[in-house]
Design a binder for this molecule. Sequence first.
Ligand SMILES: [Zn+2]
Length: 137
Amino acid sequence: MKILKIAAKKKLLLLTMMVVVLTGTFITGSSSTEAKSKKVQYLGKYKLTAYCGCKRCSGGYGNRTATGRKAKQGRTIAVDKRKIKLGSKVKIKGKTYVAEDVGGGVKGKHIDVYFKSHKKVKQFGRKNNVKVYKIKK
Ligand SMILES: [Zn+2]
């Protein structure tokens, strides 16, 4: 009977330890993104739309961005310069983009994400309340 009790206690201890370890991993897992917040600045929730180099999206500007650099999918985003300075690195959903373009329709908390094809633009659609961070230099 005594042995059984000890075994049960050991089991409980093991279980507690597992829970501690698991929650520990969970906390560190979530705090690792929080830890990076020292280097990133939360800008708020933004509306995301997409554009490409086509006439309808760019109004004839094509792939040429406001900075003179050619737009690139996965890097280029258009921003409101009053909100985000051109050249800033911006983190959206874990991906890092560069604010290197502006747009007539991009005002306030709105980011236009560049895509290489209009098909992808349509796929992207519009996303509201997306958390956006600026990466500090
Ligand atoms: Zn387009």
